[in-house]
Write a protein that binds this ligand. Structure first.
Ligand code: 13P
Length: 249
């Protein structure tokens, strides 16, 4: 019903030589996942053209780490969904916790960005997740539901086309992964919310992100509502990312 999706989020890392080497290693290791599985890398905007050229003839997809909510115009420094479409992007991450925290992105802005991406046929990977403070205060469910509900409301009948990424803020780049059971519990909540809104949650992918490594990926991906991963640090090392993709089997 659902196949796995593993996405590398390179964040603000990379260089031309390093990217070429990393992508060449991924290409050489194909097939990276089992039948129906999908693998993608979300790279800094400036590398999209070269990434597209290197991956074009393969089944590895690419995407961006953000997108403007505006279609075009006087928005210095922004990149539109039409531009991403021109670069062949399949995915655009929106609402990553680093953008929510460092760029003040609100639930409504994240929703507008998801809508802009979908309008150009780009699948938004909508990130939601609670801080440690919120988890300790027992607010995890309320926080992720609020974040997702803004997007569901804006996308309306197209909501079933998004990918959702559950990324607990306390697990990102900390080496402290959510246990498979902790992640599964939140994924189940999100799927129920998606089902109530779209009626198509059984075919929607909800991926987990936050210190996913080669040695914990299999247990996470084995949970019934975890449909793959959004991988930060480990996506920069070919051997680690390949091992994580294989764990999605
Ligand atoms: P790490 O895998 O480095 O914890 O990052 C997760 C993440 O933020 C992916 O978007």
């Amino acid at each position: 019903m659902r196949s796995k999706l593993v996405v590398g989020n390179w964040k603000m890392n990379g260089s031309r030589p390093a990217n070429t080497e990393l992508l060449a290693a991924l290409l050489a290791a194909r097939p990276l996942t089992g039948p129906g599985g999908d693998v993608a890398v979300c790279v800094p905007f400036v590398y999209l053209g070269e990434t597209a050229a290197q991956l074009a003839a393969s089944d590895i997809r690419w995407g961006a780490q953000d997108v403007s909510q505006h279609a075009e115009g006087a928005y210095t420094g922004e990149v539109s969904a039409a531009m991403l479409q021109e670069c062949g992007c399949r995915y655009a991450i929106v609402g990553h916790s680093e953008r929510r925290a460092y760029h003040g992105e609100s639930d409504e802005l994240v929703a507008a960005k998801a809508q802009a991406a979908l309008g150009r046929g780009i699948t938004p990977i909508v990130c939601v997740g609670e801080t440690l403070e919120q988890r300790d205060a027992g607010q995890t469910e309320a926080v992720v539901k609020r974040q997702l509900s803004a997007v569901i409301h804006t996308l309306a009948h197209c909501a079933a086309e998004m990918v959702v990424a559950y990324e607990p803020v306390w697990a990102i780049g900390t080496g402290r992964t959510a246990t498979p059971e902790q992640a599964q519990a939140v994924h189940a909540v999100l799927r129920a919310q998606l089902q109530a809104a779209t009626g198509h949650a059984a075919r929607m992918r909800i991926v987990y992100g936050g210190s996913v490594k080669a040695d914990n990926a299999k247990a996470l991906f084995a949970m019934p509502d975890i449909d793959g991963g959004l991988i930060g640090g480990a996506s920069l090392k070919a051997a680690d990312f390949i091992a994580i993709c294989r764990a999605a089997g």
